[in-house]
Design a protein around this ligand. Structure first.
Ligand code: SF4
Ligand code: SF4
Ligand code: SF4
Length: 276
C-alpha cells in the first residue's frame, strides 16, 4: 500500500514538473515570438539614443518609467499617482520586452521642464547631453522623440471645417505647429486653416495626437526615421550659401549616391524595362 502511495506521489511530482516546464517553455517561446514581432514603430523617452544604440545601451532597469510616474506633476486631486507616460514593454506589447516606450493616445509626454526620466538613466541610453541648451541646462524642447505627421484626408481642417485642437494642444504653439491660411475655392467665401508641423521644432510629445478630435487621430507621431525623408548629399540648395559651400568643399568623387541604380551604368538602366 505504502509502495503504491509512493509511486502515485512520484507520478504526480513528475507530471507537475513536466507541466511547469512546459508552461515555462511556453512563456519563453511567447516572449521570443513577441520580441521577434517587435514593432519598429516605437516611441522612446526624451533623449533616447538612435534605436539600435538605444537597444544596446538600455539595461531595462525601469528607472525612467518610475521617475515618470512619480513625477511631482503627475498626481490626482486626492494625491494619488496617475498613470505615467512611460511603460516598460511586457509580453504581448509587441515591443522589445523590458524597454521603455509610450503611446500618445494613452498618455502623451507632458514635456516636463525638469525631465525627471532622463538623469536617472544609469546606462546612457537616455542621453542628457542631447537635451542641453546653449546655457548647458536641460531643455525638453530639444527632445526628438518622434515627429507628428498630418494625414490630410482625415484631418477635418482640410475639409474646410474649423478645428484647431492639435494646434492648441501643442506646447510649442506657433512653432512646432502653425496654421496655414488658404482660400476655400469651393465656397469662395471661407478659408482653410491647415495645421502644418515643423520638423525642426516638433519634439514628438504626442499631445496633438491625444487632442485630435477624429475617430482615429489624423495627426500622429512616428519615430523620426520613419516619418522623415532624406534628399541625399548630392542635392544642393542653390539659394543657401552654406549648402553650396558644403559641396564646394568636397571633391566630386567624394559625393556618393546610394540607391538601386547607382551601381549600374546609365545606359543599362535607361534601356532596360523598369520592373515594378
Ligand atoms: S518628460 Fe515626458 S517621459 Fe519624461 S517624465 Fe515628463 S512626461 Fe514622463
Ligand atoms: S533608465 Fe535607462 S537603462 Fe533603465 S530602462 Fe530606462 S532607458 Fe533603459
Ligand atoms: S508632437 Fe504635436 S504637440 Fe508635440 S511638439 Fe510636435 S506638433 Fe507639438
Amino acid at each position: 500500500m505504502a509502495n503504491s502511495d509512493n509511486n502515485r506521489r512520484k507520478f504526480m511530482a513528475t507530471t507537475l514538473q513536466s507541466v511547469g516546464l512546459t508552461a515555462l517553455g511556453g512563456l519563453l517561446w511567447s516572449g521570443y515570438c513577441d520580441e521577434a514581432k517587435a514593432s519598429p514603430l516605437v516611441l522612446r523617452p526624451p533623449g533616447a539614443l538612435q534605436e539600435d544604440d538605444f537597444l544596446k545601451a538600455c539595461i531595462k532597469c525601469g528607472l525612467c518609467a518610475e521617475a515618470c510616474v512619480n513625477r511631482e506633476s503627475n498626481k490626482n486631486r486626492d494625491g494619488t499617482q496617475r498613470d505615467g507616460t512611460l511603460k516598460m514593454a511586457k509580453g504581448g506589447d509587441h515591443k522589445l520586452i523590458g524597454t521603455p516606450y509610450f503611446i500618445p493616445t494613452d498618455v502623451p509626454c507632458y514635456m516636463c521642464d525638469d525631465i525627471p526620466c532622463v538623469p536617472v538613466c544609469p546606462s546612457g541610453a537616455l542621453d542628457m547631453k542631447s537635451l542641453l541648451n546653449e546655457k548647458e541646462e536641460l531643455d525638453i524642447n530639444r527632445a526628438k522623440m518622434g515627429l507628428a505627421v498630418v494625414h490630410k484626408e482625415s484631418c477635418v481642417a482640410f475639409w474646410g471645417l474649423q478645428c484647431d485642437a492639435c494646434y492648441r494642444a501643442c506646447p510649442l504653439l506657433d512653432e512646432a505647429i502653425t496654421l496655414e491660411y488658404q482660400k476655400n475655392e469651393r465656397t469662395g467665401k471661407h478659408a482653410f486653416l491647415l495645421p502644418v508641423v515643423h520638423s525642426n521644432v516638433c519634439t514628438g510629445c504626442g499631445l496633438c495626437e491625444k487632442a485630435c478630435i477624429t475617430e482615429k487621430p489624423a495627426i500622429f507621431v512616428l519615430p523620426r526615421e520613419h516619418s522623415m525623408g532624406k534628399a541625399g548629399d548630392h542635392y544642393v540648395k542653390g539659394w543657401d550659401k552654406k549648402d553650396q559651400q558644403r559641396v564646394g568643399d568636397r571633391k566630386a568623387d567624394e559625393i556618393e549616391t546610394h540607391n538601386e541604380r547607382s551601381d549600374q551604368a546609365p545606359s543599362d538602366y535607361l534601356n532596360r524595362e523598369i520592373e515594378y
